[in-house]
Design a protein around this ligand. Sequence first.
Ligand code: CP3
Length: 340
Amino acid sequence: MPPRNQTFLQACRGERPARTPIWLMRQAGRYMPEYRAIRAKVSFTELCRSPDLCAEVTLQPVDYLGVDAAILFSDILVVFDALGIDVRFEPSPVIATPVRTAADVNALQWGDPHTELSYVYNAVRACKRALADRVPLIGFCGAPFTTLSYLVEGQTSREFEHIKGMIFSAPAVFAGLMENMTTLLCEYLRGQVLAGVDALQVFDSWAGALAPADYREHVLPHLARLVDFTRNLGVPLILFVRGNANLLALAAELPAEVIGVDWSIDMDQAVAITGPNRVVQGNLDPMLLLGPAALVERKAREVVAAARHAKAHIFNLGHGISRHTDPALARHLVEVVHSA
Ligand code: CP3
């Protein structure tokens, strides 16, 4: 059965439903007391590996906020299970054995996501059952560059010195790694669609680490292959390339149905870049939700108005919601966007 609330999927197709659809990146998480109650009992890793708990957490913001789409509760870094590489969440991710040399890269064992990540696919099925066709379910993965930045740096990085060092001093090693990671992510997304997700989002959260010309040369061809691959999966793709407004034009060269816009650019300028035939998603600065309700209302209406020349608009934050957000204000934001 298709989801009863179709507004998100309509917007993905370029239609303009009566109410602007909204969901929030990282909408399930520590800012919600219901989430913290579950995390008091299980670790983040255990949670990601427990399909029924993933479903429960995935539905928390659907029930409380009234958003128009659910996003699978998981993490972009679970794919390392297909390489047999352990990630500890402290809660910031740490990989004890980062991959930095040609020898490290050659020693990698590329496993099959359909077996190694079957718990994610079980979580997708559990989410679909629990949602009972209320709203669509979004599956996701990290883009090849963002995913590899964790593998090479071993943690969230400020300077990205190891991965950029690899790009500039051993470009063939980096290209081989990107090639293999892209193939793994293609299969991983295919598995999510087979398990039932209604749409996909690819997060290139750390794209802004690279100068646009270097992004074009070393990253874009691989991302293009991932985007092209998803076109044959039969669900819409949201491409979110974050960090620098110059990257938006590069992202918009790729044939993703929806272009995610971060908060580093005003929405009307973003639409001027993506053009009148593109669907955009975004882009309220998540930290605005730490401010007063009246300011959130005004800024949210400004974003909706600024997106009016796009083909269609899915309201979202310009990056993930802060853990310090008052859930009631996030819920108020959903009402404001629905009535804008
Ligand atoms: O959006 C959702 O509600 C679905 C769940 C989701 C999580 N991570 C849960 C999570 C999604 C879509 C992600 C994506 C993700 N993970 C990204 C891309 C999006 C972005 O924010 O740029 C990245 C870079 C990661 C890597 C990651 N995972 C980091 C940096 C951290 C720790 C810092 C933080 O934000 O908490 C995680 C852990 C993580 N992933 C948590 C959650 C709810 C917190 C874990 C906890 O409960 O302690």
